[in-house]
Design a protein around this ligand. Sequence first.
Ligand code: FMN
Length: 217
Amino acid sequence: MTIADIEAVQQTFVDAAVRADKAGFDVIELHGAHGYLLFEFLSPLSNQRTDQYGGSFENRIRFLVEIIRKVRQAWPQQKPLFVRISATDWVEGGWNLDDTVALAKIIYAEGVDLIDCSTGGNDPRQNIPAAPGFQVPFATAVKEQVPGIVTGAVGMITHASQVSDIIGEDKADVVFVARKFLRNPSFVLSTAHELGVYIKWPNQYERGQVKTKYSFF
Ligand SMILES: Cc1cc2nc3c(=O)[nH]c(=O)nc-3n(C[C@H](O)[C@H](O)[C@H](O)COP(=O)(O)O)c2cc1C
């Protein structure tokens, strides 16, 4: 990418943020993970540039930081801005947790509200120890080392007990769930039910909730 290409792509992020606001969205998340373009700049494994956008940590994060700066100006201050990151490449010599924490400090200062800690997806040599909640420690590390930032944990979080452990034990502030919703679209309702947390159910579903006036039926 030439510098003109970089500026053009950055402008498309700004344009998208403006469209998202006009369309009434409450939150946007910049995708800086999984080998998509922003992460390709971050990781020393994929970033082979020799100009001010490659080489040192400061240079590799420049593309993302500039986008955040521009998007934050275009996106209303009261609306949260999330960034998804791969907290590690899972490859020796690649992007790692220390880089993620250092980046999180910088982007928090730039007005990012939440860092969504995923991992991998950038290099075929990755060796991912996938297991329930395996990415949660990355969110915890960021939360502990970047006071004030809100962290999201994601990946193989499928049970109410896990959600309760992660949120209740302050391992992350938010839990993101994907595939479980494909299997159980009512996952939020069933999790709240299992944990005894009151949330507003759709009127038509209220009789599925305990302790409603119809619970004796
Ligand atoms: C159908 C499908 C599409 C997905 N698309 C994206 C995507 O566009 N961007 C992204 O960051 N993650 C995407 N993911 C990954 C999820 O956001 C999530 O990180 C991953 O599935 C791990 O969480 P889970 O174990 O709760 O599914 C997708 C997952 C699924 C199942």
